[in-house]
Design a protein around this ligand. Structure first.
Ligand SMILES: Nc1ncnc2c1ncn2[C@@H]1O[C@H](COP(=O)(O)OP(=O)(O)OP(=O)(O)O)[C@@H](O)[C@H]1O
Ligand SMILES: [Mg+2]
Length: 214
């Protein structure tokens, strides 16, 4: 059976993941590729229900371990029901946040340990690692400023600037650990500059995997 590609977008809140994923999916669709866009936490009905629990501002008493396991549980369902079948059908799956967000947010941000988070998530993803991950590298203090302007925040967004820096350092560390998979993308320019950088990277990936359409 034809194998597609599984590509994830990562980085701190407000770094431009959703904006860039939309640009890239448009580009790929125009190129004639079959694309599936999805997001975490969520991406299928069971996982969206878990998302509601995670983001509920009324759930302030949630223990860090509970949070970590809920993310992994939602991810397990998302992989089984949506991502793996699409990749097996030859689609290019673009996912807004995935495993690395758990490693950075729970492993580093909440101090639960990256190794421990990786073990839990290895079980959840059952071998389906992303082929590539775009880490949108945007200065954390600017991301914090961007997000501070938003009027409504969910439970996970009510964080301070130091937390943004910690998460950012976590993503940088992960990019060092998986240099083949994680591509560090300069996202500090305007959104069209970042879009061009991503297109070039994507073209390289398509060529490498024999998927380039002339
Ligand atoms: N390069 C850019 N320059 C200026 N503004 C940008 C740029 N990229 C995105 N934005 C704006 O910054 C805000 C955050 O972008 P976006 O929603 O894409 O980030 P995100 O990483 O998906 O955030 P979240 O983690 O909250 O989902 C949006 O209002 C978006 O329009
Ligand atoms: Mg987003």
């Amino acid at each position: 059976m034809a194998q597609g590609l599984f590509i994830t977008f990562e980085g701190v809140d407000g770094c431009g993941k959703s904006t860039q994923m939309n640009f890239l999916s448009e580009y790929l669709e125009k190129g004639g590729y079959e694309i599936l866009c999805t997001r975490e936490p969520g991406g299928c009905p069971i996982a969206e229900q878990v998302r509601d629990i995670l983001l509920d501002v009324g759930n302030g008493e949630m223990a860090d371990n509970t949070e970590a396991l809920l993310y992994a549980a939602a991810r397990a369902q998302h992989v089984a029901e949506v991502i793996r079948p699409a990749v097996m059908q030859g689609k290019i799956v673009l996912c807004d946040r995935f495993l690395d967000s758990s490693l950075a947010y729970q492993g580093v941000g909440r101090d639960l340990g990256v190794e421990q988070m990786f073990k839990i998530n290895e079980f959840a993803i059952d071998g389906l690692m992303p082929n590539y991950t775009f880490f949108l590298d945007f200065p954390p203090h600017l991301a914090f400023e961007r997000m501070s302007k938003k009027r409504v925040h969910d439970r996970l967004e009510t964080q301070d600037e130091a937390f943004y820096k910690k998460l950012y350092d976590g993503f940088v560390m992960l990019a060092g650990r998986w240099p083949q998979r994680i591509m560090r993308i300069d996202a500090s320019g305007d959104k069209f500059q970042t879009k061009d950088i991503l297109r070039e990277k994507m073209d390289g990936i398509l060529r490498k995997h024999g998927l380039w359409h002339e």
